[in-house]
Design a protein around this ligand. Sequence first.
Ligand SMILES: C[S@@+](CC[C@H](N)C(=O)[O-])C[C@H]1O[C@@H](n2cnc3c(N)ncnc32)[C@H](O)[C@@H]1O
Length: 203
Amino acid sequence: MGLLKSFFTNCANPQGRMGRAMLRFMNLCHAPLTNWGLSLIDFQDGWTMLDIGCGGGATLRRLLKRSKGSQVYGIDISQESVEKASKFNAEWLNKRVFVSQGSADKLPYGDMKFDLVTAVETVYFWPELPACMKEVGRVLKSGGSFAIMVEVVDSDSKWTDLCEGMTAYSPEQLKKMLDEAGFVKTEIHRKKPSNATIIGMKP
Ligand SMILES: C[S@@+](CC[C@H](N)C(=O)[O-])C[C@H]1O[C@@H](n2cnc3c(N)ncnc32)[C@H](O)[C@@H]1O
């Protein structure tokens, strides 16, 4: 495997030195997509929120700032991500920010815990995405939202070639899956050239 491909394969499950470099890189380069996606949400104070595939933890910090008195949970399949996200949010760790290792298909939280669940640049790697969406629905409160932020990629793009295990989904495919998983009022928002945020509500 070439160096570039080894580096980008760390998007799926950051490991070791390259994984740590990838997490620093993602904290920076996902900022525009994440800030725009979060600007579409009407945050309320005191929310309990979850970021799945939290990577280096920049989204956790952004969520924390947008809801006073909130609690923010992060989960990621990679131990490297858990360590980086914990360090990145050290000030509030285990007070308002809680980070753990786990997978989107089996969330270690009780039913109806969260007001908002976010997933930034990560659904491409989840196993059985429709089942993961049902799992997100389980942990959301009634009236809570699931916001998926993606850079729109074609199935034959350079990204799916570079990142082992990556599956590309169009915003329309993601909306259909959310609808089928029981979400309502699902909306696709687009920002040129290639950013999309898909938000569905748990009825
Ligand atoms: C491209 S990175 C994005 C990280 C972060 N959301 C961001 O925007 O910077 C994808 C992240 O999803 C995580 N991931 C992949 N599969 C996952 C799964 N099944 N459950 C939870 N996290 C997963 C990876 O470990 C990685 O940290």
